[in-house]
Each structure stands twice: as C-alpha cells, then as structure tokens.
Design a binder for this molecule. Structure first.
Ligand SMILES: [Zn+2]
Length: 129
C-alpha cells in the first residue's frame, strides 16, 4: 500500500503511446484540486492554457480558455494542479495524433474510393499510366 496515503491517492493511467503517468489527487479544498482541463461552465474537458508563468511561491499564474464555450479564467494555481493539466495535455496530444492518423487513413480511403469511381466511369484509361 505504498502508493496510497491519507492525504492523496495516486491513479496510474497508461497513455495510448504506452507511456504511464501517475495522477495524484490531494484531498484539499476544491479550489486547489479542481481539474484545470475541465470547464466549470460547460463541462468540456478541452480547456487549454493561453499563457502561464511561475510565481515566486512556486505556484503558477495561468490564463485558461475553454475552446467550446469561450470561458476564460486567470488565476494562481497549485503546482500539482498545473502538473495534472500538463499530463492531461500530453494525453490530449496523444489523442490528437491518433485522430490525425485516423483522418489520414480516412483521406487515403476516400482517395481510393474516388480512384475506383473514376475507373468505373472510364475516366482513367490505360494511357494514363
Ligand atoms: Zn466551456
């Protein structure tokens, strides 16, 4: 039980890339533990940092924006919160790359479909090769 303590729980997540990350949840008040990637306005999980800078108290000054509803917030957040957001962004990036790969495959499939349709319509003749 070395990964479970009274003050926080650790959840291990394996990313599509195979990289494992540990998400640490501290049992503090809500403001300090809120998941920053979640929009409090529309519940979207795509909140992105527009800017960030470290404060002298080792906390982070962030400006967050929800691309879904346009909600924005500037505030100072705990390091653990920001690290969770970074982990989440890594995860989002992996998802985006996977989507992009699926999209590329879909485009290739569409090209093949167009090619077959052109063949069927006799638009491509032997002299095209
Ligand atoms: Zn939102």
């Amino acid at each position: 039980m070395s990964d479970r303590h009274e003050h926080h729980t650790i959840r291990r997540i394996v990313l599509p890339s195979g990289r494992a990350i540990e998400v640490i949840r501290f049992n503090e008040d809500d403001a300090a533990t809120r998941d920053l990637h979640l929009c409090p306005h529309c519940d979207s999980d795509l909140v992105q940092p527009l800017s960030w800078s470290e404060t002298p108290e080792s906390r982070w000054q962030l400006t967050l924006e929800c691309p879904n509803c346009g909600w924005m917030e500037s505030g100072t957040y705990e390091r653990a919160q920001v690290e969770r957001l970074e982990d989440r962004l890594d995860e989002g990036l992996a998802d985006m790359i996977a989507d992009l790969q699926r999209l590329t495959q879909a485009n290739m499939a569409a090209d093949v479909d167009r090619f077959i349709a052109a063949l069927d319509a006799d638009l491509i003749l032997p002299e095209d090769f």
